[in-house]
Structure formats: structure tokens, C-alpha cells
Design a protein around this ligand. Sequence first.
Ligand code: SDX
Length: 428
Amino acid sequence: MSETAQLKIGDKTYDLPVIEGTEGEKAIDISKLRDQSGYVTLDIGYKNTGATKSAITFLDGEVGILKYRGYSIEQLAENSSFIEVAYLLIYGNLPTAEQLQAFEFEISHHTLVHEDMKKFFDGFPSGSHPMGQLSSLIGALAAFNPASLKPGLTAEEVNLEIIKLIAKMSTIVSWIYKKSLGHPVIYPRNKLDYVTNFMYMTFGQRTEDTEIDPVVVSAMNKLLILHADHEQNCSTSTVRIVGSSDANLYASISAGISALWGPLHGGANQAVVEMLQQIKEDGGDTDKWIAKAKDKNDPFRLMGFGHRVYKNFDPRAKIIKKACDDILEKLGINDETLEIAKKLEEVALNDPYFVERKLYPNVDFYSGIIYTALGFPTDMFTVLFALGRLPGWIAQWKEMKANKEPIGRPRQVYVGETNREYTDIKKR
Ligand code: SDX
């Protein structure tokens, strides 16, 4: 007998079905509530509201568990590659060797970007933020792939757009960086694997013999895997709701990039490093800045701390923190901001303000330190987050369409003026 919830309103009682997920999560299905009772629910910020049933990513914020398609993030970060994880998220299973080779071959043969896309770069003012550029350029891909706008695309046609997008995003991200330096862009080399090719286009010289340090490639793979999906976060929910209007894949992902830009979301990795630099220039007094973060009258927040879902350690932060130590040691870099970050973490984790509110380091707290060690400037960090999150966005968009979910259209409670008569402007 399946469980039901009962809602009593006045002298009426409504039975609401309860559904249970494969990991034991439970939800009250209110999809018929308004028809039955005339009531809607209100949950600003959707803190208690499930938007869908998904088989892609599971996270348990209380315990600090994160799994993609049932595989733990720890195992994938340790053993897999970013492109293999992308396959897992999008198609649901780890690929065989043949499947992975075919996937990588397909992608490597779509990495070129239409030469006319370069004209967009000439239009951006120098120093314009890479996230604004990325959102525009990914949206513009629809113009260069008119077939993607055809209604009723077949599964094969959708898959081709997915392959193109994964391939071209890495080229576009590297070109954004090169253009920011005023350097000529570097074209992809199809015999390189996805991440090596990306690092080659970003940091390589124009000569064919540029070697990319395997230590750097390994760290980049791990970072991209850790960012690949995170269930119904702000930007993923944006991708799903834009896609639910039957907007094309490029428009949906472009919207997700814009949502990720916000400093409360993906933009936090840039804000963390700027915060650490600020504390370093201010003399490194972490107690002073912790006090500011706790002060309700001070707008300063400890960026990279806290999470809507994780009320325990973000498992990704643990992995990145260790990777930080490893990569800095291997590259022989002594980064003072890492020491400041560790001190902030130590102080915060023993401070009642943070403990009571269950505020722990999240994925963004340490990632910027590694990106800096790998040679990226601060304003490229969130673009790298987007590159990592792309397969997750695609998988979620694909699932929403496969489930034939209706167009997303939340309700509201109106609290504005009621009836008013129009008056002539002379009489106002
Ligand atoms: C990402 O959702 C995802 O999965 C996102 C993400 C993903 O992979 O997609 O994990 C990526 O976005 C990680 C989060 C990156 N953002 C930051 O690091 C920005 C700093 N953190 C916050 O602003 C905040 O913690 C949020 C936005 C992450 C979560 O905010 P919530 O859930 O809306 O919680 P809240 O703002 O209501 O805070 C609850 C309390 C408040 O204090 P009280 O009003 O109860 O007294 O905690 C306080 C907040 O003031 N608080 C902080 C704080 N975060 C929360 N106080 C100081 N510093 C902070 N960082």
C-alpha cells in the first residue's frame, strides 16, 4: 500500500500521494492540489520543492554524498576522465572502450568553430567578462547550426548537436582566453584527447611541438569531473525550464551559463580568490574577516562557504582541497592564499556562527587556487566551471525532453493592488 499524505483545509481533507526515490527520498506529489483544493503552495527559492524526478545525480546534503548515475564522485574523480564522465552523465552508463573511442572521435572532429564566429570576438570590448562572452557565443551557435532549430529533431539529430556543443565549447573557451591576451587563437589538434587539446589551445604555442604537462591535464580532468553535474541547482534548473519551452539546446545552455555567472552560484569561485587576495593585501587577519562575515550589518560573506543542500562537507571541496596540495607541490608553487584559505576554514569550522548554520566549504572554496596554479586568470574561473558543468546540463536537458515534461510555469500568490480606476494624467 503506497503511503499518502493528508492535508486538512477547513473541514476538508485531501489525500496526496507520496512518492519515494531509489535512494529513499520522499516527496508529496501536489500536481493535482490546485484542481482539488484551489490552493497552490508557496516556497520562495524552491528550498522544499522538487521540480522533477531525475536519474542522473544523487546527493545527500546531510551526509555529504554525491553520485553520478550511481557512481561515487570519489571513485570517478580518482579513476575516470572528464570525457568518460560526460558519456556516463549523458547516456546513463560507463562506456565500453569502443564506445568511448567513438565518442571521443566524434567530438574531436567537431572542435572547429565557424570562422565567422571570430567576428563576435572583435565586437566584445577588451576586458569584457568571459562569462558574458561565453553566454553570447554559445547562444550564437544556433545561428551557425540552423538544423538545430528544426522542430521534431530525431534522436540522432539531437545527439549530433550534443556532440558539436561539447566539442566547440572547449574551443570557444580557449579562444576567449587567447583573445583576452590579444594573442592569436590556436586551432584544435584532433589527435589530442579532449582535456589535453583544451589545455593546448589555451596555453600552447602555435608550434605543433607544444607539450602539455600531464600533471596539469590530470588536475584539469579532476576539476572538470567534480563540476560535471549537481542535480537541480540554479543553472541546471534554468537549462531545464528554458528547454521546456522547446527552445533549442544552444539557447538553453546559454541561459544556464548566465545563471551560473552569479557570485552566489558559479561566480563564487572567482569571488573566493578575490576575497583571499583582499584578505592577503589587508595583512591576512582572518579573524577580522570572519567577524565581518558574521556581522549582519556587513554585506561581506565568506565566499565559497555555505550551500543550499550540503549541511555537511561538500565532498567535492574535500577532493579539491587535497588536489590543491598535490598540484601546488608538483608544480613547486607556494601560494599564500592557500594558507589563508586553510586558516579561514579552520577558524570558521570552530566558530558557532558557522557551525550552527551548518556552513562548510563548498566546491568553489579551493577550486580557484588550483585554476590559478594552472595558469588561468581569475575572470576565467567561472567559464571553467561552465565547461565542466556542460555535460550535466546536457544530460538534464535531454532527460527533461525524454520525459516529455510540460513547459515550466510556476504559479504565484498576488499581493499587489486590487481594483483601481484609470485617471487622467492631469488629475494624478
Ligand atoms: C554553488 O546548488 C548547487 O548545487 C550549487 C553548486 C553546484 O554545483 O551547482 O554547488 C555550486 O553555487 C556553490 C555555492 C557557491 N556560493 C557561495 O559560496 C556564496 C557564499 N554562500 C552563500 O551566499 C550561501 O551559502 C548560498 C547562496 C550558497 C546558500 O544560500 P541559502 O541556502 O539561501 O542560505 P541563506 O543565504 O539563507 O543562509 C542561511 C544563513 C543566513 O544567516 P541567518 O539569516 O540565518 O542569520 O547562513 C548565512 C546567512 O546569512 N550564510 C552565510 C554564508 N552563507 C550563508 N554567512 C556568511 N557567509 C556565508 N558564505
